[in-house]
Design a binder for this molecule. Structure first.
Ligand code: FES
Ligand SMILES: [Fe+2]
Length: 391
């Protein structure tokens, strides 16, 4: 993928500060792409539901009596209330809107309406919850608000399936609390930091001690893959030293995965990762040009033992340290985007992932290729013109 460096240019600073562009990104990227919304282990019983908000859109995922998982717009057909108000829960055998009590079967059809004589014209058949395209891949549930139009998750990410099969992701159960925080930077800067390992030796001393000697960024197809093998060298960080010495062998994992930390970038906004003792994901969800919601959840195989619990605690501490360090790095990029001297196109070969990400974005929203922002109010039109001229 190094041709990206030779041919490509980075995104200009205005793309990180424009509210108008942020709306375009949501419309043209997030609403059209498969977005990871949860894991099947969060919906094990009939009536278990999980909600997921993306900018102005809201979804509810629910498991029905036959075991099938559905996704709907979390918008009541009466006057628009959320039918599932909480992040997660169990609704029994119906989704009942908390506003006036319209109830929906778990397959989305409208079941009953209080005081139906007040709606002489109401056609129940025409008032089912509006479905959202959904696909389950290796236990992860993906949704696509605008409709996938034949594009499947399995096709898009299939090239990495062989690498993650040994981890038995479909068998995993949630572990620990969900991380859900709103941060004050652009969602793309979150990935610009995450998409390269050039900064690891300097910015992440603990991670460097853990696997820095072996760290490698590469691609499987066009999917960015990062690997680091936990070595046996002494470490000054208490968590890293303990993790290295305690990490037990796992019978279900091949030899090369026994001490491997493995990450994949799923365009546009998610990283899934696999350590010997757990798996998880983290993602960015834009809420504005400089406001982003960051969500992370983790999973483990059922069956607990003290050794694994201990190493999960330790890797959690290392992740926390790394997360705090990255948070500071991203905030400094956001500050820089507002200065008059934001540097561009000074990237090392080791930062190729940054350019690859930018090129994928420009292909979908070509106005992002411009060095300066179009006049206010014209962004969408300019983008449409560029899209038409390239097709
Ligand atoms: S808005 Fe849902 S029942 Fe009225
Ligand atoms: Fe980092």
């Amino acid at each position: 993928m190094l041709e990206t460096r030779r041919n490509g240019r980075m995104l200009a600073p205005w793309t990180y500060t424009s509210e108008e562009l942020c709306e375009l990104e949501i419309d043209h990227i997030f609403r059209h792409q498969w977005i990871l919304a949860g894991h099947i282990s969060e919906l094990t019983q009939t009536g278990d539901y999980l909600t997921f908000d993306l900018a102005k859109e809201r979804a509810v995922l629910v498991r029905d009596e036959s075991g099938e998982i559905h996704a709907f717009h979390n918008v009541c057909r009466h006057r628009g209330s959320r039918v599932a108000p909480d992040r997660q829960g169990n609704c029994g055998h119906v989704l009942r809107c908390p506003f006036h009590g319209w109830t929906y079967q778990l397959n989305g059809t409208l079941k009953s309406v209080p005081r139906p004589q007040g709606f002489p014209e109401l056609k129940k058949d025409h008032n089912a919850l509006v479905p959202i395209d959904l696909e389950i891949w290796n236990g992860f549930i993906f949704i696509c608000f605008e409709g996938a139009q034949g594009r499947s998750v399995a096709n898009q990410f299939g090239v990495i399936s062989g690498k993650i099969t040994p981890y038995q992701l479909e068998e995993m159960v949630p572990w620990g609390a969900e991380y859900d925080e709103v941060v004050d930077y652009n969602w793309k800067f979150f990935h610009d930091v995450d998409n390269e390992g050039y900064h690891v030796p300097v910015a992440h001393p603990a991670l460097q001690e853990l696997y820095g000697r072996d760290y490698c960024d590469s691609y499987l197809g066009n999917i960015p893959m990062t690997t680091g093998v936990v070595d046996d060298h002494p470490a000054s960080s208490w968590s890293v030293a303990r993790y290295k010495s305690l990490l037990p062998r796992q019978a279900h994992l091949p030899e090369e995965n026994q001490r491997l930390w493995l990450y994949f970038g799923l365009f546009p906004n998610t990283v899934i990762y696999f350590y010997p003792e757990k798996a998880g994901f983290y993602m960015s969800l834009p809420q504005g040009a400089a406001t982003t919601r960051v969500i992370s959840r983790e999973y483990r195989l059922p069956g607990e033992n003290r050794e694994l619990a201990a190493v999960r605690y330790l890797s959690g501490r290392i992740d926390q340290i790394t997360g705090r360090e990255d948070h500071d790095l991203v905030r400094r990029l956001q500050e820089a985007a507002h200065t008059s001297v934001f540097p561009m196109n000074n990237l090392s070969d080791l930062e190729d992932g940054v350019l690859q990400f930018h090129q994928q974005l420009k292909a979908l929203v070509p106005v992002m290729s411009l060095e300066a922002s179009p006049a206010p109010g014209t962004l969408a039109d300019v983008n449409t013109t560029l899209l038409n001229s390239s097709s």
